[in-house]
Design a protein around this ligand. Structure first.
Ligand code: CTP
Ligand SMILES: C[C@](O)(CO)[C@H](O)COP(=O)(O)O
Length: 223
């Protein structure tokens, strides 16, 4: 079963506040885009990789990544749609945030294994360790939410391509923060596999500092 990976990198990274789009921010000698792509192009379960880049940086992205790149949209959902249109006849598709630049290869393998075992959708999740409270519209504390019933969702999220394409088609005009929610809205079951701390999303400046530490541990020679 051919497996393609769509790496979404078209976001601006406004919360990070760098002077280039987030995927092009350098870290330990390479851009976040290069760190993320490296994990997929060399992965035995991944046959093809497509990068979705800001419209004015498609050529730059293709050169840095060494794989085809297409222009993204103004939302993550639209960017995934653009990547999905470029994966050809792959039977399985992984959708991954380049902002999760240090996803371990074992997480990619676990997602693909779930799909090969028959799941139509599989996502990596992590337990929540903080105490979580609901707040009201004014920001006043309401009740503590039972964290045993919560998980944090990561990427790559894996799907049968036909199912993901149908979900994106049906989800036009409705926004979802991830692809699994669109697939679930069509009535499909989404399977959870173990995520990893290293797959955290680099969103704010603090995350970039953490990523520096991760890069030093994972690639000591690159720092
Ligand atoms: N229009 C968009 C928005 C986001 N993404 C991608 O989706 C992933 C998750 O988004 P996030 O990290 O939240 O990125 P940004 O939208 O860039 O960040 P911000 O909200 O801080 O601007 C990132 O790899 C980002 O490049 C994308 O391809 N196209
Ligand atoms: C897809 C995702 O990474 C799962 O946690 C996340 O929802 C993307 O976040 P965004 O802020 O909506 O881009």
């Amino acid at each position: 079963m051919t497996c393609a990976a769509v790496l979404v990198a078209a976001g601006s990274g406004s919360r990070l506040g760098a002077d280039v789009p987030k995927a092009f921010v350098p870290l330990a000698g390479r851009t976040l885009l290069e760190h993320a792509v490296a994990r997929f192009v060399s992965h035995p379960d991944v046959d093809r990789v497509v990068v979705v880049a800001p419209a004015d940086r498609v050529d730059d992205a293709a050169r840095l990544a060494g794989v085809p790149a297409v222009a993204g949209g103004d939302t993550r959902q639209r960017s995934v749609g653009a990547g999905l249109a470029a994966v050809g006849d792959a039977r399985l598709v992984l959708v991954h945030d380049v902002a999760r630049a240090f996803v371990p290869t074992a997480v990619i393998a676990a997602v693909v294994a779930a799909l090969r075992a028959g799941a139509v959708a599989a996502i990596p999740v992590l337990a929540v360790h903080d105490t979580i409270r609901r707040v009201d519209a004014a920001g006043e504390l309401v009740e503590v939410v039972d964290r045993a019933s919560l998980v944090a969702v990561q990427t790559p999220q894996g799907f049968r391509r036909d199912v993901l394409a149908a979900a994106h088609e049906a989800g036009r005009g409705r926004s979802a923060t991830d692809d699994a929610a669109l697939v679930e809205a069509l009535g499909h079951t989404v399977v959870a596999v173990p995520g990893a701390e290293e797959a955290f999303k680099i969103t704010r400046p603090w995350d970039l500092a953490v990523a520096e530490a991760v890069a030093a541990r994972v690639h000591p020679a690159a720092t």
